[in-house]
Design a protein around this ligand. Sequence first.
Ligand code: NAP
Length: 250
Amino acid sequence: MEIEGKHALVTGGAVGIGLEITRALSAAGASVLVVGRDQARMESVARLTPRVTTFVADLTVAGDRERLIEHVSTGGTPLDILVNNAGTMQYFALTAPDAQNRIDRELALDLQAPIHLATALLPRLLERPEAAIVNVTTGLVYAPFGNTPAYSAAKAGLHAFTRSLRWQTRLSRLKVLELLPPTVATEMTARYDGPKIKPAKVAADLVEGLRTGRDVVRPGQTKALYVMARLAPGFLFNIINNAADRTPLD
Ligand SMILES: NC(=O)c1ccc[n+]([C@@H]2O[C@H](COP(=O)([O-])OP(=O)(O)OC[C@H]3O[C@@H](n4cnc5c(N)ncnc54)[C@H](OP(=O)(O)O)[C@@H]3O)[C@@H](O)[C@H]2O)c1
């Protein structure tokens, strides 16, 4: 697809991987509506370029998601590219006193919100001559971290939903792209001391994938995870979880 002149929405587009996606899409000539909770971050990303506008919403809250859908649907600006990027990854024991609360919040943000936005905005996207939905999952869909149980479950669910969405829209002009980053140097992975790639590399791979019409983009180490998951899934699970075990639980 051509990025120039497109209208994109990037959830969590003011920091980390989302910020680099915002930068890369706007550098390629798209206008970008960035969604997040933090007002100061929204103001800072809006200063990047006049092509960036912002909308404050907590995507764990269904009412905030409805406000966003209403804003996009009635604002008079078309929508060509939806990037479901916002996410959290919490390390916690399933025996923690607040475990259920953490699970509910994380499933709401990492699974329910992208499914809600994709489904509600699908009719608008299907009207466009060229459009894309990007769901950001993770290389961990190939082998879950035991210590991030809600995250792992949510991303595996989003991976499956993305495939269903692609199947149901296969006869349309919509592209459904899954982006599976490996470990990336952002706030999310601050406590993890292993190797990390730069968020700008993930964003560059995504833009290239959109341009060339890819269904799946696996930056960096995710390619190796994909191959290992096919050849030796038990071995992959063990090495991922033994490496992650150095990361403390909350
Ligand atoms: N970093 C990695 O190693 C890695 C690896 C694989 C996949 N990923 C995925 O890549 C995506 C981005 O990760 P990242 O590392 O860039 O994370 P990050 O730097 O921690 O940023 C998370 C983003 O999500 C937004 N967000 C958090 N809670 C929200 C809420 N309740 N409502 C709306 N927005 C919310 C944040 O904005 P506000 O704080 O302003 O709300 C922020 O923009 C996530 O889906 C993550 O799972 C990351």
